[in-house]
Design a binder for this molecule. Sequence first.
Ligand code: SF4
Ligand code: SF4
Length: 479
Amino acid sequence: MSSSAPRKTIPIVPVPAEGGGEAVGLYQASKKIHPRSIQGVFARWRWALVFLTQLVFYGMPWIEWGERQLVLFDLAARRFYIFGLVLYPQDLIYLSGLLVISAMSLFLFTAVAGRLWCGYACPQTVYTEIFLWVEQKIEGNRSARIRLDADAMSLEKLVKKWFKHLVWIGIALWTGFTFVGYFTPIRELGMAFLQTHMGSWEVFWVFFYGFATYGNAGFMREQVCKYMCPYARFQSAMFDRDTLIVSYDPQRGEPRAPRRKDADPKRLALGDCIDCGLCVQVCPTGIDIRQGLQYECIGCGLCVDACDTVMRKMGYAPRLIRYDTQNGMEAGWSRRQLLRRVLRPRVLAYAAILALLVAGLLASLVVRTPLKVDVVRDRASLARIVEGGRLENVYRLQIMNATEAAHSYRIAAHGLDGLAVASDDRVTVGPAQSRWVAVRLQLPYGAAPAGSHPVHFDIREEGDSGVQVSEKAVFLVPR
Ligand code: SF4
Ligand code: SF4
């Protein structure tokens, strides 16, 4: 580069420190947020999701399917039972597929409508909502809670606080108990709890998960979303100017100012925002959406409900704060124009990949053979000559029945002329059980040259089920 070329520089403008030039610490103690409760369409959606997700979470381990619970991740026995499916560690591919599908769904929903997951279904949001509801029932509405927190300790405050924490701890422990109930049969866990002989690991996990729920939903709340959640950090990479986000319409709202209900904003040269601050008071993360999109916004839509309530009271059109896209907000697009842009190539590509993944997973589950076999050569006995001048190799077969019914299986082998199963060729395996069996293969001496020869075990379920597995092995012929 020529030394005479003008050099590009980035101007650095010194920003005066807040507080009259005093040093500002990097750590700022968080202020407790007392969100105001609000009614509205998005608040109802949030509660619907709370009920739905918790109905599934708390209810599912209690539902029986055949002889065991509907969903059980039995780590000790190394089996996962999901809606009658019995998965072994060898089936990890299905769980990986499920994780990939979940990640892809998250990408898709985020590209379409931002932090939908955060605002409506994330456990942090859901438990914070439940804990807030309890707090409100015991300590009162927003102003009562602010007053109570500011008041000196009194008997009334002590009773209310203790009672609240007691209820919170109860919910948290029940949540921890339910969580553990996905890994150990919940009814047995309940009996063990009543008889006070729960295992130490179970006690640990009930308390650990309960403690995490109590801490995160009772105390940390929005701090988890702001500082701890990795998704909050990388979700902006999935946003673009056509992603639906909760936005304040400054063209319509500004200049903002309070006014009487019967005042004409046009005559006063005012926008529609009456600067009531309700949208800030209801926000669970304590931000002011009027300052533009902020990473703290979890897209819950409560400020939309709050502002719509105000707009209705003032006799103005609703949706001064609304779900909109950056492009849509700037150009004043109609709902139809918005939707057309929301379904853009990137979203369609995500949707197509997701559909393919779901179809692939379902198809592989449908054609999955509910029988698994592992073959191991018996290292204790190498090839040997046995009675009748036959050459024998011994193997150990692990036969895994991946159904909820007992089955009998036939074992056969092929790959060398005259190869035969010399041990019992029939084995019965109980529901969702696996069995190790020793299998002896014999070959007439001299029927194959010295060396190792590939052979196959064929294991077939008895009856007409068509369930069959073929596994490779090696037959050794010594010199
Ligand atoms: S700004 Fe609105 S949408 Fe965002 S978190 Fe606050 S209340 Fe929810
Ligand atoms: S709720 Fe609506 S009117 Fe009230 S301050 Fe927020 S944006 Fe303005």
